[in-house]
Design a protein around this ligand. Structure first.
Ligand code: GZL
Length: 354
């Protein structure tokens, strides 16, 4: 913002100098170079994006959405810094963005806690912070201008409502769940865990094993392997994202067990990524709740409003769908709201944007 004001002043100075006709050959050259250089970057809105990392297909789609939206041709300069799932790297990235006097900071926080100090530094530097995906738990909500993301507990309620209806329809008497969690302390992990634990209490399900998969395929496979060795009665695995589910499926099949409609173990998952829905289509994942990663256009809408000094809502939830491998359960009801469950076909996958 400040850089663009300076550029405008430089341009005005030059215009005034030209008007008075003074010999600005050299000055003009320096000013025009400066102005040119400034104009070259100053017309662009500079955005510093602190991203969690590259742990999942969801994350890659999220980064891609930001890059596609905030391109040079769209009038932006986007600086993306991946933190390798380490909060200290995100804090360092935010400090670099402050140093570079970016116009906006977009933060996809790895976990909810630990942001008060660095977000206060951004606020003191006059740089608006837009949080995407997971939430930050701060003592002062004015430390961020807007949050855009999913209702993770609602996602879980929808999957658990599907499991309840499906189990009733199939006459499944005992539900023994292996729970593969996402990154501990991430809003998605907190919401999807709370939803499952609440439903298990309400419906009398047994959560027989819990282990983190950190939203990755490898750790999802390791967790499933360990839980299969420890427990022989698992008939449902609840994975907190599609990458964990892909790993869990590998471990289940390596152990000589089967997944799918008539299999030994029902696989539940979140994200509804392209690979996730392919696993639903093949019958390996039974139910997959969408977690939409395409936040780029949503962030741009907030930035455009801020540029025009318009008010923005601080909390913006994203609408999301539900998918399943068959039409045993075609909708689920949460409170007064009915949610459609779409049986996955080739066409459903082709029509998806990610
Ligand atoms: C959810 C996001 C989670 C995804 C995972 O919004 O935070 O992180 O569910 C990703 O795939 O790693």
């Amino acid at each position: 913002m400040k850089r663009r004001i300076i550029a405008a002043l430089l341009a005005t100075t030059m215009a005034v100098a030209l008007t008075v006709g003074c010999d600005i050959k050299d000055i003009g050259k320096v000013v025009s170079e400066k102005t040119e250089k400034k104009e070259d970057t100053s017309a662009k809105i500079t955005i510093g994006f602190s991203q969690v990392g590259v742990e999942s297909d969801w994350r890659l789609a999220n980064t891609d959405s930001m890059k596609t939206t905030f391109s040079e041709e769209n009038g932006y300069k986007l600086i993306v810094k991946n933190a390798g799932q380490k909060q200290e790297n995100q804090v360092a990235a935010i400090r670099e963005f402050i140093e570079e006097k970016v116009d906006y900071i977009v933060l996809a926080p790895v976990t909810e806690d630990g942001w008060d100090v660095v977000l206060k530094e951004a606020k003191d530097a006059g740089i608006p912070v837009i949080v995407v995906d997971r939430m930050v738990d701060v003592s002062d909500d004015s430390l961020y201008t807007a949050w855009i993301g999913s209702d993770f507990e609602m996602e879980s309620e929808k999957v658990c409502a599907w499991l309840k209806a499906y189990a009733d329809a199939k006459g499944m008497k005992e539900i023994n769940i292996a729970h593969i969690q996402g990154t501990e302390g991430a809003s998605a992990q907190i919401g999807r865990t709370d939803g499952l634990e609440t439903a298990a209490k309400e419906y009398g399900w047994n959560i027989v094993a819990t282990q983190t998969g950190e939203f990755t395929k490898n750790k999802g496979r390791d967790a499933m392997e360990a839980m299969l060795k420890a427990k022989s009665n698992i008939n449902v695995v609840y994975c907190e994202n599609d990458n964990e589910a892909a790993g869990a499926i590998e471990a289940i099949e390596a152990a000589g067990k089967t997944v799918g409609p008539d299999g030994d173990i029902l696989v539940l998952s979140f994200d509804a990524t392209n690979d996730g829905l392919k696993n639903v289509l093949s019958g390996k994942i039974a139910c997959d709740a969408e977690c939409n990663p395409l936040h780029g256009p949503r962030v741009e809408d907030v930035i455009k409003k801020l540029e025009k000094k318009e008010k923005v809502d601080q909390i913006l939830y994203v609408e999301e769908e539900m998918f399943a491998y068959d039409d045993t359960v075609t909708s689920v009801k949460i409170g007064e709201q009915e949610y459609k469950v779409t049986p996955v076909t080739e066409r459903v996958i082709d029509e998806r944007a990610y």
